[in-house]
Design a binder for this molecule. Structure first.
Ligand code: BG6
Length: 512
């Protein structure tokens, strides 16, 4: 297939607005997230000429030894990019400053307020400030409270204040609700940007374009034409050095409550009236509110709809319980698969099957939409079910792109058919690597666009759905009703996940 990408600028429709001049304060400025993701993303935005003009970066950490040391630290974080664009890097670093102090100390925030005001005047950023919490989650509410105490979250007619929060957002409905209530004491919901980095991934955003900028998908995007939807987020990595966090979380809290639910909501939502935050967020929330709740008992029993697993040693890799920092008797799931039914007119009867695991045989995140069989076969020797179903696969990573499987005639004098996959890889078509999710999301924070962020009520609805499953698992310590299935590292996951009664008798995972 020859794909013709838009070549003239007239064919490419860009909807970029320029952000207001502003300052960005990063808490945890020397931490892993800041160094690996935030600072490189900001630099890429500068290289693409998308950073606000003017702009300054103010890093806050427990110990930061002055602006110069911080700039060295940042240059190191930029690595090859700084070496390849040294003049740009110098200019970027010249606008970076450091502040330090204890996160609990009001005096540190008073100093921060003075510094931010001085930099705002010096750079002419009109007092616009975004705060980013790249810190452990238990500090998020503390930082918001302290910023409010120092008057830093108060907006005035000419100056906005925004605050960005990283996941995890609570560990159940109660803790997430408590966190939201605390934040709402200091911030309006419109000032709060809860990040899910999956929403910044090119292919996740492309779901909007695919569904709502094309006519051909909408008429078939429903129960009449779609048999089931499978969403897979498979990782080859294990728990790495994150046992302290992960062992208290597990796959459902770590991947389902946020990333997988975001993908599910974008796949299943109704078209919003406009591509604007309140309308998009409302449609996404409606999807979660239509999902059939789980009950530990008859009805929508988690035992019929879920499988959990934990990796054991395999492929020369240690098992989860032998990973550094993991208790040897840990029962945390590193794999989960669950079936969701969306009880609304569009999706009734279409199972949405979600799975995610660590240490699997390959890394792949995808949405696979399998269509129903043709109603009758006009080919006398073939039954409708003999014809391979149409499958639309949206590859989120690592090979971003779209595949569509159709039936086609094989060349030759005889009437032979076979499945043919139309396969578009973005990298090949657009000849450019996708930008990092944080670039898009940081830009949106500065633009004040919350379309790709998570609302408080989405979080609440997500936990409401998952709490009964997590509680049922927690109340079954011996795994009698809900076994914790072992699977070897480097394998496709637990065998048991191939039978999920809630998905129907013909259920099978697509081979990825
Ligand atoms: C994070 C999870 O949110 O997402 C990790 O905490 C997971 O456990 C990661 O590995 C996956 O992100 P990505 O972008 O690599 O798919």
């Amino acid at each position: 297939m020859k794909i013709i990408p838009a070549t003239s600028t007239a064919d490419i429709l860009c909807m970029e607005a320029a952000p207001d001049p502003c300052g960005l304060v990063i808490f945890g400025a020397t931490g892993d997230l800041a160094r690996r993701k935030l600072v490189p993303a900001l630099f890429q935005l500068r290289l693409r000429d998308l950073l606000p003009k003017p702009f300054f970066l103010l890093g806050f950490a427990r110990s930061l030894d002055g602006d110069d040391a911080f700039r060295d630290n940042l240059r190191h974080a930029l690595g090859d990019a700084a070496a390849a664009h040294s003049a740009e890097a110098d200019a970027f670093l010249a606008n970076a400053y450091a502040a330090h102090g204890d996160y609990q100390d009001p005096e540190a925030y008073r100093r921060l307020a003075t510094r931010a005001a001085e930099l705002s005047t010096r750079h002419g950023t009109s007092g616009n400030l975004a705060f980013y919490t790249a810190t452990p989650p238990d500090l998020h509410a503390v930082i918001a409270g302290q910023l409010a105490g120092a008057g830093l979250l108060r907006e005035t007619a000419g100056a906005w204040r925004r605050m960005v929060f990283e996941k995890p957002f609570g560990r159940d409905r109660a803790t997430a609700g408590a966190l939201n209530r605390t934040l709402h004491r200091h911030l309006a919901e419109s000032q709060i940007f809860r990040i899910d980095h999956y929403l910044g991934k090119e292919t996740v955003q492309n779901l909007f374009m695919l569904r709502f900028a094309n006519l051909i998908f909408e008429p078939v995007w429903n129960r009449d034409h779609i048999a089931h939807v499978q969403i897979t987020a498979a990782e080859t990595l294990g728990v790495e050095e994150r046992a302290g966090y992960y062992d208290g979380a597990g796959a459902v809290r770590d991947m389902f409550q946020n990333h997988l639910f975001q993908i599910l909501a974008l796949t299943a939502m109704e078209p919003p009236g406009r591509f604007e935050a309140p309308l998009v967020l409302a449609e996404k929330r409606k999807v979660l509110h239509s999902i059939r709740p789980f009950f530990d008992g008859p009805g929508n029993d988690p035992a019929q709809a879920w499988v959990r697993g934990q990796y054991t040693a395999g492929a020369g890799l240690p098992g989860y319980r032998a990973e550094p920092g993991v208790p040897p008797d840990s029962r945390t799931e590193t794999y989960a698969a669950g079936v969701f039914h969306i009880d609304n007119w569009r999706w009734s009867g279409v199972p949405f099957c979600l799975r995610s695991g660590k240490r699997l045989d390959r890394r792949r995140t995808e949405i696979a939409i399998t269509f129903r069989p043709v109603p009758i076969s006009v080919f006398p020797e073939l039954r409708p079910e003999d014809l391979a179903r149409n499958v639309l696969v949206l590859n989120i990573q690592p090979d971003e792109g779209i595949e569509l499987t159709i039936q086609a005639k094989r060349p030759g004098p005889k009437l032979c058919m076979s499945a043919l996959t139309l396969d578009v890889k973005y990298r090949e078509v657009f000849k450019t690597a996708s930008s990092d999710a944080y670039e898009r999301l940081l830009l949106d924070v500065m633009l004040g666009d919350r379309t790709l962020f998570i609302s408080a009520d989405f979080i609440d609805a997500a936990w409401s759905l998952l709490d009964p499953v997590l509680n049922a698992w927690a109340n079954d310590p011996d795994g009698k009703r809900f076994p914790l299935h072992p699977y070897a590292a480097g394998s496709p996951g637990p065998e048991a996940a191939n039978t999920l009664p809630a998905a129907g008798p013909d259920f099978a995972w697509r081979e990825t």
